[in-house]
Design a protein around this ligand. Structure first.
Ligand code: CS2
Length: 489
């Protein structure tokens, strides 16, 4: 028997929480670019809470720039989807009503631009991943070799990339003399608001300097720290959603109970009452962002490479391995020592909560998923804290180890010579630079030298280089398990 799709007219079991408002009675105030599992498990939930608590025309129109999948999954369901929360001891399901619809914008951004031109849209939020922006990390300038940036400079009126779409939409708002939307970056990047602002301004200046001046004066780009561990949805997610709701839901997602959102409160044209869902509005997000990037994400990247290369498929398997668990703890503590105090947060308690979150056996978070896009992640997660550790005279070993294990991963084969895809935007450059080279020193030198990747402070430091290459050498000589055991001693 085929089960009915989840829609606004589905009757749901009493233990499935439903929107405490009538979704169709609320207009849209947000466009979200990059509508994937993370948005559904995070911002969409805060907006659902805000609509329930304070009402308002704040539903979200999603857009996906890469694949039509999100639109195909959500539009036939009136934007509704099931959020499965998996704690250590219990699982619960909740249907979220904050998404109105999704626009599939790949290859045709006109509908999205029209939507963004509507003055009722007051926020354009983003979770497009680090690599989608086309902004150079070190200089903060736009990367004209990024395919979308290059294409959009040539055809700014029919943009395909993030910067091009934001600038073309803001141009329409400026031309129509309507107030702009606030740009809310929710990607895991330090000072993410200022980062996107710099990219948008430079892109705009290239095509229309007067527009750049208008954006500079009118548009706000608050920074945010977002956190919720959300593995990619699988068939198991969808079948559990069926069991829990009695409906077929192709858009279901699963996530952990923990959730955090810290936002710089700078929304000249208003915002939902996200604080009703527990979001924290602050003046300065930087300390929170660094805490999360260095302690959570930095450790994640280290454990993803170390775990994947030693045959651990999931983060919870990593935590069940005594050597790896020790290295995880060591990394979290070392990262915490590179931070300045974070208002209202006890870093030891935060460290403890990370260990528990990583150990949750019901969250099947693949190490291979986290390993993706290393060149986009290591600078802020590993290199920045490594420099601070160096300046403060603290041990650099945990950061050198994380770097070495990423380099080992870049060779694209396990100890048993099984090959795998790196899944990194600079995969070709990585493969070319390491080729068939065998010497660990040479591999380390070449990967450290990838253009614009590792900061000079590290490249020029003798003790850093020898720590990285000796750790890599051990992995290559003795194999991953022995190297991990040695590192964890
Ligand atoms: C992870 C993050 O895939 C990754 O790189 O480190 O997606 C992480 O799970 C989230 O930032 C948690 O909030």
């Amino acid at each position: 028997m085929t089960m009915e799709r989840l829609t606004a007219s589905s009757t749901l079991p009493a233990d499935v929480r439903q929107p405490a408002y009538v979704p169709s009675e609320h207009g849209c105030g947000i466009v979200h670019l990059g509508l994937g599992a993370f948005h559904k498990a995070h911002q969409a939930v805060y907006t659902d809470d805000a609509l329930a608590a304070a009402g308002g025309d704040w539903r979200t129109i999603g857009a996906s720039l890469r694949s039509p999948k999100a639109a195909e999954e959500l539009n036939p369901q009136n934007g509704l989807f099931t959020l499965i929360e998996r704690g250590v001891d219990n699982t619960s399901a909740r249907v979220i009503g904050s998404i109105a619809k999704v626009i599939a914008a790949k290859g045709n951004s006109e509908q999205l631009l029209e939507t963004l031109s509507d003055p009722r849209i007051r926020i354009a939020s983003l979770t497009v991943t680090e690599k989608a922006y086309g902004i150079e990390r070190m200089s903060g300038g736009i990367d004209t070799s990024h395919p979308a940036v290059a294409a959009d400079i040539l055809s700014p009126d029919s943009p395909v990339g993030v910067l091009g779409i934001l600038v073309a939409a803001l141009k329409r708002r400026c031309d129509a003399e309507t107030k702009p939307f606030t740009v809310l970056c929710c990607d895991n990047l330090p000072n993410n608001g200022a980062f996107v602002r710099a990219g948008v301004l430079e892109f705009a200046r290239r095509i229309d300097p007067a527009l750049a001046d208008w954006i500079e004066a009118q548009v706000s780009f608050p920074s945010t720290m977002v956190d919720r561990i959300t593995p990619a949805a699988t068939q198991a997610t969808l079948s559990e959603a069926r069991d829990l709701t009695g409906c077929s839901d192709l858009a279901a997602v699963e996530t952990e109970p923990f959730s955090q959102w810290v936002i710089e409160d700078d929304f000249p044209t208003g915002r939902p009452a996200w604080d009703a869902g527990g979001a924290l509005f602050v003046k300065n997000v930087a300390q929170y962002e660094n805490m999360k990037l260095r302690m959570l994400n930095g450790t994640h990247s280290m454990l993803a490479y170390a775990g994947f290369l030693s045959g651990r498929d999931y983060v919870c398997d990593v935590m069940a391995d005594p050597d790896l668990a020790k290295l995880v703890k060591r990394h979290i503590i070392a990262a915490s020592h590179t931070l300045d105090p974070v208002p209202g947060v006890d870093l030891n308690t935060y460290a403890e909560s990370l260990l528990q979150r990583f150990s949750n056996p019901n969250i099947r978070h693949e190490t291979y998923q986290i390993a993706m896009d290393g060149t986009e992640k290591l600078p802020q997660r590993i290199f920045e804290p490594a420099i601070t550790a160096m300046e403060r005279g603290q041990s650099i070993a945990p950061f050198a180890f994380a770097t070495a294990v990423w380099m080992r991963y870049c060779l694209g084969r396990t100890d048993n010579n099984a090959t795998f895809e790196l899944r990194d935007p600079r995969q070709d450059q990585i493969e070319k630079s390491v080729g068939t080279i065998k010497s660990p020193d040479e591999i380390a030198t070449r990967l450290s030298g990838l253009d614009g990747f590792m900061p000079k402070e590290l490249i020029l430091d003798q003790s850093w280089n020898s720590a990285v290459s000796s750790k890599l050498a051990l992995m290559l000589d003795k194999g991953m398990l022995a190297a991990l055991h040695n590192e964890a001693k």
